[in-house]
Write a protein that binds this ligand. Structure first.
Ligand SMILES: [Zn+2]
Length: 278
């Protein structure tokens, strides 16, 4: 059985052949280790792969999650990241960060460990803001030392984020996951070498600023993601999001860019493969 990784490296889309064209996609941000998927994880992966979604990158959120996260990633042959999400920066203690360093060093020979994250800054969580800043700067240092890309969660803290990204100048850059801003902000991140993770928010009819932004930015800067099980599209009957939503995300980006879904999915696929060295 070829692994999804070898599959990623050796297949090419049938754009010109006689076989029907099928999109190929990677969900660049999906928490498929979360308990919402415990009852039917295998079926979800089967459905993804039947739909051309070859893999998903599983981000880390906290020490309590890492064991199960890595087990799920290994079981389903998914790339993964390790990090401390801002919501889980319960303290600024060095012990919490040392846990991360120790776990990363244990996994550093694992080719499936592809990034540090998700980590970042979230101003809607004011109670732990100082701890967020301290733990985030430590994770920036770690990503820089290990020359790994970083998966960023940024909510209402773009000024602080841009300042830190300029200061740390990570060699591999990373992705602003769940990007929701306008074109000016998008271009600031792109100039620093970051990509934008575009997900279900783009399906919201009121997300006009985001839609305008996506209509005009370079396709080389786009990744596609779902943040499953969170972020189910507003019009969905499901409360649990799944990577299958990627088809609608690609279709909407294609509409906005006035390009085909094949072109969009192929760009996003190759962007993810390049950023995370898949
Ligand atoms: Zn996430």
């Amino acid at each position: 059985m070829p692994t999804p990784t070898s599959h990623l490296k050796h297949t090419s889309p049938q754009v010109n052949g006689s076989s029907p064209t099928k999109l190929r996609m990677i969900d660049s941000h999906a928490h498929l280790d979360f308990p919402e998927f415990d009852i039917d994880r295998e079926q979800v992966f089967d459905a993804m792969r039947s739909a051309g979604i070859e893999s998903a990158i599983i981000p880390g959120v906290s020490p309590e999650h890492w064991d199960n996260q890595i087990a799920v990633a290994r079981q389903f042959n998914c790339p993964y990241a390790l990090g401390i999400h801002p919501w889980y920066c319960h303290s600024d203690s060095l012990t919490l960060f040392d846990d991360l360093k120790e776990r990363v060093s244990r996994c550093c020979d694992d080719v499936k460990l592809v990034a540090i994250g998700e980590c970042g800054l979230d101003k809607l969580r004011k109670s732990n803001w100082q701890a967020q800043l301290i733990q985030f700067e430590r994770q920036l240092t770690l990503a820089k030392e290990l020359e790994l890309p970083i998966i960023l969660h940024v909510v209402k803290a773009h000024n602080e984020m841009l300042t830190l990204l300029k200061r740390y100048a990570l060699p591999k850059g990373g992705v602003i996951h769940g990007f929701y801003g306008g074109v000016e902000l998008a271009n600031e991140y792109i100039r620093l070498g970051y990509k934008l993770g575009i997900g279900g928010l783009i399906l919201n009819d009121r997300a006009l600023k985001l839609k305008n932004c996506i209509a005009s930015i370079s396709l080389d800067s786009i990744l596609i993601e779902t943040d499953s099980p969170s972020m189910a599209p507003e019009n969905s009957a499901e409360t649990r999001n799944t990577p299958l939503v990627l088809h609608s995300v690609v279709k909407e980006i294609a509409n906005l860019q006035k390009k085909t879904s094949v072109l969009i999915s192929e760009h996003a696929f190759l962007n993810a493969a390049q950023l995370f060295d898949l």
